[in-house]
Design a protein around this ligand. Structure first.
Ligand SMILES: [Zn+2]
Length: 316
């Protein structure tokens, strides 16, 4: 393989920021590594995505304890990916909440995803041996649910498919602050190996319709003004649309995956190549896009073996 597989060569630790968006909303970010959101209510704390391991979640807890002593009662899983969910046990939450669609994906492919993600990106699984196993939601919902943390209203909503089938956002309607999970990225390449390319732009429209004044993306800095939110939404939408259009064009000409990949990589690199994990994501994203444009409306399960086979086919 000419390029190291996925992010196996990415070993440089990132600098953590803990950004205050309001008295109730914080963002734990790390220069493009997966983010964790924090909602501080009147009587309890909610964590949005957990970090990849309990040891890494411990650093989030240390940051939370600089702003509140309230109990961390709820963990929301924005979607099923290992790097988002496997640190959950560190918070000892009363409830782990996810959409029913996310729960179903954990049943169907959680174990394969865990193995595959750990091999793709070892640095993101610091102290991997502390993971006790899959994270199972204790509470699921369909469409929408509301929690009241005292007087603070927290809406959990499925606004459509995009990054995965189960994508859930958290919304503070009183403050117009949104936690998007990987539906929105900023200066970071959207991973779309399990995505729904045709639906994703519509889901972004649904987010935009809420008119958030601040947004915590899945990766990248917290977006702390309406203008920055617009930039985050526009950048994510452009990448998803450009990639799918490039792949559809190649598919129409009957080109093989390897050629479609090389064309898409060349045409997207000038615009998006500076975003973190561009070279990691592209082979997975193009493979999924061609599946969706042809005969696989739903994402096929990635296994550690399928990962390597695909990488060799496209990058050797
Ligand atoms: Zn994800």
């Amino acid at each position: 393989m000419s390029k190291a597989f996925a992010s196996q060569a990415d070993l440089q630790d990132k600098k953590v920021s803990f950004t205050k968006l309001s008295d109730n909303a914080y963002a734990y970010t790390a220069e493009g590594d997966p983010n964790t959101g924090v909602i501080v209510g009147d009587n309890a704390v909610m964590v949005l995505d957990t970090q990849a391991t309990p040891v890494m979640a411990g650093d989030v807890i240390r940051h939370i304890r600089t702003v509140t002593d309230l109990p961390i009662r709820y963990v929301l899983l924005s979607h099923y990916h290992a790097v988002r969910v496997l640190g959950a046990s560190a918070y000892q939450p009363q409830e782990i909440i996810a959409s029913q669609d996310t729960y179903d994906l954990i049943v169907e492919r959680g174990a394969q995803d865990m193995k595959s993600e750990i091999e793709r990106f070892p640095r993101l699984f610091r102290a991997v041996e502390t993971i006790p196993g899959l994270t199972w939601p204790t509470m699921t919902f369909k469409g929408e649910m509301t929690l009241w943390l005292g007087k603070l209203e927290v809406k959990l909503m499925q606004l459509g498919r995009g990054h995965t089938k189960g994508d859930t956002v958290a919304w503070l309607p009183q403050q117009k602050i949104l936690f998007s999970g990987d539906l929105v990225e900023f200066d970071a390449t959207p991973y779309a190996g399990d995505a729904y390319f045709k639906d994703w732009p519509k889901t972004l429209d649904n987010i935009a319709a809420l008119q958030p004044v601040a947004l915590v993306p899945g990766r990248g800095a917290a977006l702390t003004s309406p203008e920055m939110v617009q930039r985050g939404l526009a950048g994510t939408r452009a990448f998803v649309s450009d990639l799918y259009a490039a792949v559809q064009a190649g598919a129409k000409q009957g080109k093989p995956l390897r050629d479609i990949y090389q064309d898409a990589h060349a045409s997207l690199k000038p615009k998006y190549g500076q975003w973190v994990i561009f070279d990691h994501c592209m082979p997975f994203d193009v493979t999924r896009a061609l599946d969706e444009a042809t005969e696989h409306p739903d994402p096929r399960i990635w296994t550690a073996e399928r990962d390597i086979e695909m990488w060799k086919a496209l990058e050797s």
